[in-house]
Design a binder for this molecule. Structure first.
Ligand code: NAD
Ligand code: UDX
Length: 460
């Protein structure tokens, strides 16, 4: 296989956009075209105003600014990009199935299959097809079968190259990955992809494995990370009843070099588009091989996470004299973590849903998530009518108008700016007693109590 000159990527989302931008930035000799069927998204990627990119990710604007128009292009012309490319990344969404067999657990691969069929229909020359999306182990087999049976006598080589970036730190993660993982069977195809990454990633960080190990490793990495969060969150509840402090426990435990300090921050529960979806998928796969003990083991990570979100909402209700009906609760943060505009599976959605069942009045402020998205998230639950969501929830464009006359503040996302607010002034604007429910352990108990707040934080 010759050297790669043109890359196409199907899917201009949170993974395809940043990943291809960095590949283009670091490989000026390769033309990279990112395509998507979502016209509005592509238009936003092409906006002259780099603050209007469809994804908020620190440092992304600079990378796009450097490469776009030089060797990085965003387009809706999927067929043309496929036709011209030597290497095609598939980076489309693989959400949890919402219907049929495996509903609520299995990954929905319809978008992946559509990509494969489109590639097969359009390709007139040999292609390396790279799985960038997170996929169930053995998906490459299905892809290969579709490509080989509907193609035009073209040779397709499939590689697995899962992405490990985290949102909010995507550019740094892409520039300095712990590892790049490439699974495949064809040595020349593997080498072609190794060469793309070797433009900036040290050789010893590029791991090559067989296809199935690569596909499975991605699910396992996310399962292990989420498991650490559920582990510390389970201990947070024990801390609350015993007088231990979960941050102190996490520090003492994490200082053991065998355990390590990262990913031990207790919280209102993990969110994001990946952890829950990928663990559910792992559970589904294990069950499909009749490995029920394995499946049950990993399922507990999700059960504990759901419990953590519920118990945070219940704690708010209990502390506020067992009723939040008509009370104004200010939500600081809606995104699933700081430094992203992504709210998929955010804990805030589920905490809000619980409080809305009790007829609370919620006013949300998030620095990056727009009001339409907040309402879309609530409407998608189907718990109540869109009209009721709009009656009970309002969205503020600045923090003070969310906090004025609030009975309570709930911190759902760890945005840095929340720490720098004038909490003395905020208290003047709130009803008394002024409650703060800190789902991120962002503010300090000593300071808040000195100001006269009733302060509750996870794991204290
Ligand atoms: P996303 O929803 O942000 O982006 C996917 C894009 O693909 C959408 O814009 C959609 O319009 C487009 N698309 C779907 N089918 C298409 C088709 N047939 N033709 C053209 N475009 C199509 O999703 P994402 O967050 O970028 O995730 C993509 C994959 O990467 C998923 O499998 C996910 O599990 C995985 N992943 C995500 C993250 C993350 O942090 N978000 C990290 C690692 C891996
Ligand atoms: C995750 C993986 O980290 C990444 O490698 C993979 O490619 C995609 O999935 P992401 O979901 O973007 O990335 O963010 P991450 O930083 O992992 O956080 C996920 C959730 O866990 C967030 O809601 C975060 O607030 C929460 N979390 C994380 C905790 O509550 N405590 C922690 O210590 C760490």
């Amino acid at each position: 296989i010759k050297m790669i000159k043109k890359i196409a990527c199907i899917g201009a989302g949170y993974v395809g956009g940043p990943t291809m931008s960095v590949i283009a930035q670091k490989n000026p000799h390769i033309q990279v075209t990112v395509v998507d069927m979502n016209e509005a998204r592509i238009e936003a990627w092409n906006d002259d105003d780099l603050s209007k990119l469809p994804i908020y990710e620190p440092g992304l604007d600079a990378v796009v600014g450097e490469a776009r128009g030089r060797n990085l292009f965003f387009s809706t012309d999927v067929d043309r990009a496929i036709d011209e490319a030597d290497m095609i990344f598939i980076s489309v969404n693989t959400p949890t199935k919402a219907y049929g067999k495996g509903k609520g657990q299995a990954a929905d691969l319809k978008f992946i299959e559509l990509c494969a069929r489109q590639i097969a229909a359009v390709a007139k020359s040999d292609k390396i097809v790279v799985e960038k999306s997170t996929l169930p182990v053995r998906t490459a087999q299905a892809l290969k079968s579709i490509l080989d049976n509907t193609g035009n006598g073209v040779n397709f080589c499939i590689l697995s190259n899962p992405e490990f970036l985290a949102e909010g730190t995507a550019i740094n993660d892409l520039h300095h990955p712990d590892r790049v993982l490439i699974g495949g069977e064809d040595a020349a195809a593997i080498q072609a992809l190794v060469d793309v990454y070797a433009s900036w990633v040290p050789k010893e960080r590029i791991l090559t494995t067989n296809l199935w190990s690569s596909e499975l490793s991605k699910l396992v990495a996310n399962a292990f990370l989420a498991q650490r969060v559920s582990s510390i969150n389970s201990i947070s509840e024990l801390c609350e009843v015993t007088g231990a402090n979960v941050d102190e426990v996490a520090k003492a435990v994490g200082q053991d070099s065998r355990i390590g300090p990262k990913f031990l921050k207790a919280s209102v529960g993990f969110g994001g588009s990946c952890f829950q979806k990928d663990i559910l998928n792992l559970v589904y796969i294990a069950r499909s091989y009749n490995l029920h003990t394995v499946a049950d083991y990993w399922e507990q990570v999700i059960i504990l996470n759901d419990h953590q979100k519920t118990r945070f909402a219940e704690r708010i209700i209990r502390t506020m004299y067992n009723t939040v009906n008509g009370k104004h609760i200010a939500f600081l943060g809606w995104a699933f973590k700081k430094d992203t505009n992504d709210s998929r599976e955010s804990a805030a959605i589920y905490v809000a849903d619980h409080l809305l069942e009790e007829e609370a009045h919620i006013v949300v402020y998030d620095p990056k998530v727009p009001a339409e998205q907040i309402y879309r998230d609530l409407d998608a639950l189907g718990t109540r009518s869109p009209a009721d969501n709009r009656r009970l929830v309002s969205v503020a464009s600045d923090p003070l108008s969310a906090l004025n006359d609030a009975h309570a503040v709930a911190i759902l996302t760890e945005w840095d700016e929340f720490k720098s607010y004038d909490w003395r002034e905020i208290k003047q604007r709130m009803k008394r007693p002024a409650f703060v429910f800190d789902g991120r352990k962002l503010l300090g108990r000593a300071e808040l109590e000195a100001l006269g707040y009733q302060y509750y934080a996870i794991g204290e």
